[in-house]
Structures are given as C-alpha cells and as structure tokens.
Ligand binder design. Structure first.
Ligand code: NZQ
Ligand code: ZN
Length: 395
C-alpha cells in the first residue's frame, strides 16, 4: 500500500427534507450574503429553488441569484459570477444542482477570492488560488462526486479546452444530499450518473500499483451496489433506496476513499474531457461510457490478472485458470452489456463524433505533445488515437 494523507472535511447532511436546513446551516457558519448559483431551470421547475429561498429568508440571510449554468460549464459564466460576487460582497456560494453547477461555483469562489488573478490560469496550472469564497452544495444529481471532491472541471469555450484542477479551495464546506431531489433526473442522466460513479472507482481500481486489499474490497463492494442501484433507478426513478445508494456511492467514489494507497491517473477521464470539451452536447457520463471498454481492451494485456479479478469479484465471472485473458475480457464485456442495458452509448459513432477529430483530441490530451499519461499502459498521442479508433464502430 502506498503512503497516503487524507482529510475529507466536507460535512454531509444526508436524507429526506435535508434541504430545509440550508438557511440554518449557513447561519451557523456566520455568512451574510450568498450567491445562489443554479443551472438551466430544473430547480425552478421542481420547486426546489423556492424552498431554498424560503429557508434563506427565514434565517434573514441575504442572497443574489445567478442561474443558467450549462452542462459542461463554461468560463464566461464563471467570469460573470466572479463580477457579481465582488459587486455584491458575497461571502458564501450555494450551488444548487449537479456537477456543472458545483464546479462553476468552485471556480467562481477561486476567482472572487483572488480578484487579481485570471481564474483560467488555475485550470492551466500556471497559478494556484490562495484565498477563496467557500462553497456549499444542495445536490440534485448523483454523478460527478463534486459535492465531496477537491476537483473542478471547466471549459474555455473560446478554444474548446476542458480542463480540471484539484485544490483544497474546492472542498465544499457542506453538501446537502437528499435522494428524493434526484427523482426528477431523467433516464439518460441517471444512466450517465451511474456510469460516472462507477468510473470514478474503476479508474482508481485500474491504477498501476497493486497491493491495496482493503481499498480493492471497498471498491468492489461499492461497484456491486452501484450496479444494482443503477438497474433499479433505471426502472423505477422513485425508488428511494436505489437513489440513496447512487447518491452516497457518488460521493464516496470521488472523495479519495476508493483510491487510497493506489497510484492512478484516470486516463479515460482525461480522454473524455477532450470529447465533451470539443462537443459540449456530449454528457460526461456518456463520453466515458463510449470510451471505457475500448480503453480496457487496449490496456488489458498489461494487467490481465487485475481485469480477471474485476470480472470474478464484481461480475461473478468464473475464473478460467488456463486462459485468464478470457476471464478478463468477459468482465469487460459484462461492463459493456450493463452500460448498453442503461441505453448508454458504447461507441463514438453513436455520439456522432467525427473520426477526423481524433488527431486533434489526442493533441489536446497530450497538451500538444507536452505530456504522456502514465498508467498500467502509458498513453501517448498514438495510443490515444488507437483507442479513439477502437471506440468508434457501433457495436
Ligand atoms: O441545468 P438543469 O436544468 O439543472 O439540468 C441539469 C442538466 O441538464 C439536469 N439535472 C440536474 N439535476 C436534475 C436535473 N434534471 C432534473 N432533475 C434534477 N434533479 O441534468 C443535466 C446534467 O447536469 P450536470 O450538472 O451537467 O451533470 P453532472 O452532475 O454529471 O456534471 C457533469 C460535469 O461535472 C464534471 C464533468 O466533466 C461535467 O462538466 N465532473 C466534475 C468532477 C468533479 N468536480 O469532481 C468529476 C467528474 O469526473 C466530472 O469530470
Ligand atoms: Zn467523472
């Protein structure tokens, strides 16, 4: 097991009606003026925003609103949010939404905390935020894990670059997680969320260091629970237990727990960010679903035992000791079949990505030749192009 150092200071208020506590919670920390940040309208339609505002008013907390965050959030909205925070002397940001709203809030918190810096320079890793305006979350979609993670991912719409960066400033102060708030998430987004949650665990599981038995068992148990809950939520969106499992697993998958003691880089995520950066209409989970099995088949020969372990422990595939590769491939196939059963894409053709863009995507993913991606198999530009090509044909 690799050495590790972990603190996960986000307070989680989990369960039915917890969003009603938001005003009191913010009051407890002593904040005065809140930026209420949300997306394209789901929180208005389902009445959540009204309930949140009521809770803030009941505690005498002032707020200003900024809605309209798009899926795969963009830099121009973040700049608008920073300006508003400075003009209105906001001292707390409340994200009401999914990963896109939360990440937009985190970036606004960075920018408004350090008005002399260009916030995009953080995403290019040219500078790091020193101060920040803290963020709290009311989560409406189980997927990104941003409600408990130190990551934020943002697209610069001027050049189609989607970049993430990790910072202590991104750790939400609290996250309110009521599974009932996800009942209105449609089938497609529920599928995207299920895939993304699995991927946050799988990308750590398929990192490149081996000895981490406790972490392995946590990851395998979590994956089994997510597969079961994903199936149920797909059929019955109002199944509380299934929605609760997805929500809690989403937070655990990306808060560090499922990767403790391992080395990993999340190669599929890196390659997916180029997809949804260049094609903002592509949902992150759908992009991952289209890439993961091709990536797996590509790297599998370098880690046959590990893929076979995954097949046996997560998918109950019988171990073929004479041909471990057959076991490994059966596990990848089971994953692909599961994604298909959720009507998730398993090819880039289904996403209408143009193959002539693969070169550009690989260029961007290597930061124009400045990096390769370490992993069980190191990926440079040529390997990335090969994986994009393998992922293209409809299956
Ligand atoms: O905008 P509204 O109208 O709210 O609709 C959203 C959006 O269209 C809708 N939605 C959310 N909650 C809903 C709902 N619809 C009905 N009922 C509800 N309760 O769902 C759509 C997608 O929302 P979005 O926030 O974009 O989805 P997700 O949570 O999957 O976030 C995706 C973003 O997070 C990034 C992704 O790259 C992508 O930009 N990620 C962030 C990470 C992090 N910060 O730790 C890690 C992830 O790997 C990921 O990269
Ligand atoms: Zn993800």
């Amino acid at each position: 097991m690799k050495n590790f150092d972990i603190t996960i200071p986000t307070r989680i208020l989990f369960g039915r009606d917890t969003e009603k506590q938001v005003g009191a919670c913010i009051r407890e920390y002593g904040f005065h003026k809140v930026l209420l940040h949300y997306g394209g309208g789901s929180v208005k339609k389902n009445g959540l925003l009204d309930r949140v505002e009521e809770s803030l008013r009941a505690e005498g907390i002032e707020y200003v609103e900024l809605g309209g965050v798009q899926a795969n959030p963009v830099l121009s909205m973040v700049r608008q949010g920073i300006k508003l925070c400075l003009e209105e002397q906001v001292d707390f940001i409340l994200a009401v939404g999914g990963g896109s709203v939360i990440d937009s809030s985190k970036a606004i918190g960075d920018g408004a905390g350090n008005p002399e810096d260009d916030v995009w320079s953080y995403f290019l890793k040219e500078a790091a935020p020193v101060h920040h305006i803290p963020v709290g979350v009311i989560l409406t979609l189980a997927a990104s894990g941003s409600e408990m993670s130190q990551s934020a991912v943002l697209t610069n719409e001027e050049n189609g670059l989607k970049r993430g960066f990790n910072s202590w400033t991104h750790q939400p102060l609290f996250s309110i997680c009521n599974p009932e708030l996800t009942y209105t998430v449609n089938k497609f987004q529920t599928g995207c969320g299920t895939v993304d949650i699995m991927m946050h665990t799988l990308e750590r599981y398929f990192g490149w260091s081996r000895d981490s038995a406790v972490t392995d068992r946590i990851a395998e148990g979590l994956l089994k629970a997510v597969i079961e809950a994903g199936r149920i939520a797909d059929r019955n969106p109002e199944d509380y237990e299934a929605r609760a499992s997805l929500m809690w697993a989403g937070s655990l998958s990306h808060n560090g727990l499922t990767g403790l003691g391992r080395e990993f880089l999340m190669q599929v995520h890196q390659m997916e960010h180029e997809l949804s950066g260049m094609y903002p209409r592509i949902a992150h989970g759908a992009g991952l679903s289209a890439l993961f099995c091709s990536w797996s088949r590509f790297v599998c020969p370098a880690a046959v035992e590990r893929f076979a372990q995954y097949a046996v422990r997560v998918w109950n595939v019988e171990m073929n000791f004479e041909n471990p590769m057959a076991t490994a491939l059966a596990g990848i196939q089971a994953t692909e079949d599961f994604f298909k059963s959720l009507q998730m894409p398993v090819s880039l053709e289904e996403l209408q990505v143009e193959p002539e863009k693969f070169q550009e995507m690989a260029d961007k993913c290597t930061n124009f030749g400045a990096r390769t991606l370490p992993g069980i198999r190191e990926l440079g530009k040529q390997e990335m192009i090969q994986i994009y090509q393998m992922a293209y044909p409809r299956r």
